[in-house]
Design a protein around this ligand. Structure first.
Ligand code: ASP
Length: 305
């Protein structure tokens, strides 16, 4: 039996935000190096024929473990000085999805979201119930302070002092990954510590399927970053899928419309890959940490334009 090996494509993000322009050269280089390394690691797995759903989980775990990014270790502080983590994953072949919200002790939320997808009848588990599920599944646990870093604390302290909206955009966001594997299957994954100084109990778009994450083999896989409330209200990830499915827009055009016409400029960004392996990484914030390789082997690693 022969099976056709199709092209692969992969993109990852380390969040949309406004801080990149202020980065010292050494900070910028460290982030770019990490993005490039994780891109290569994911690409290698896809070249070995691994399924996209496994690859997006693997890459997001790398980003969660890296304290430079607001997911897992390095997560934003909430209004009560702690961390609540959200994540989701979706398999474009089956439209199976799993998500978790408000986690406080799970080292790698993305892996728990995959277990929700594969080992529970549910799509979304939150708070104490999600923590119980983590105990049942015996995943790695950490004290909440494991997620704290000095830089995330500084961002929080600045946000608390500023007399402005509690959803500070002065930040580095969320992480995510989308992939097309050799079998033509798409997958998407997103993980976050959420917005700095968010209310205790606030859930963003990242664990909401159709808002922050979506994948369907017929169209695209997408992972979003930005002010989650806007992505939830506008069902952004699903809207992108729907534009490809019903309006037959190209990925590039659909991304441009959702970021500039559905959302307000400044709301955030996204990474997406379509079923042919076209990749778009676009945003309307001052920057978005991103890295990608498309089906034509174009490769990029960037923080700003
Ligand atoms: N979208 C995330 C949230 O609202 C935050 C981010 O992407 O920076 O929780």
């Amino acid at each position: 039996m022969s099976s056709v090996i199709g092209p692969i494509a992969l993109a990852l993000h380390g969040g949309a935000g406004s801080e990149f322009a202020r980065f010292a050269t050494v900070e910028r280089q460290a982030m770019e190096q990490a993005l490039s390394e994780y891109l290569s690691a994911g690409e290698k797995l896809l070249q070995e024929g691994r399924p996209s759903v496994e690859v997006v989980e693997y890459v997001v775990r790398l980003l969660e473990d890296d304290p430079q990014f607001n997911a897992g270790r390095g997560s934003a502080f909430n209004a009560v000085g702690g961390h609540e983590l959200d994540a989701s994953i979706m398999d474009g072949l089956t439209r199976a999805a799993g998500a978790v919200g408000g986690l406080t002790t799970v080292k790698n939320p993305i892996s728990l979201s995959r277990l929700v997808m594969t080992q529970s009848p549910h799509v979304l588990l939150i708070g104490a119930g999600a923590e119980n599920f983590a105990t049942e599944k015996n995943v790695d646990r950490v004290p909440n302070s494991y997620f704290s870093t000095a830089i995330a604390r500084e961002r929080w302290e600045r946000a608390v002092q500023r007399p402005m909206t509690p959803l500070s955009s002065d930040k580095i966001g969320t992480v995510g990954c989308v992939a097309l594997d050799q079998a033509g299957n798409l997958a998407a994954a997103t993980s976050t510590g959420g917005m700095t100084n968010k209310a205790f109990g606030r859930i963003g778009d990242s664990p909401i399927i159709g808002a922050g994450t979506f994948a369907d083999n017929r169209t695209c896989a997408v992972s979003c970053t930005g002010t989650g409330e806007h992505f939830i209200r506008n069902c952004i990830a699903y809207d992108l899928h729907a534009r490809l499915a019903y309006l037959h827009q190209s990925l590039d055009e659909a991304v441009r419309v959702v970021l500039n016409e559905v959302l307000e400029p400044g709301d955030g960004g996204l990474i997406a890959v379509d079923r042919l392996g076209n990749v778009v990484t676009n945003y309307t914030t001052p920057g978005m940490a991103r890295a990608a390789v498309d089906a034509a082997s174009n490769r990029w690693v960037k923080l700003v334009r």
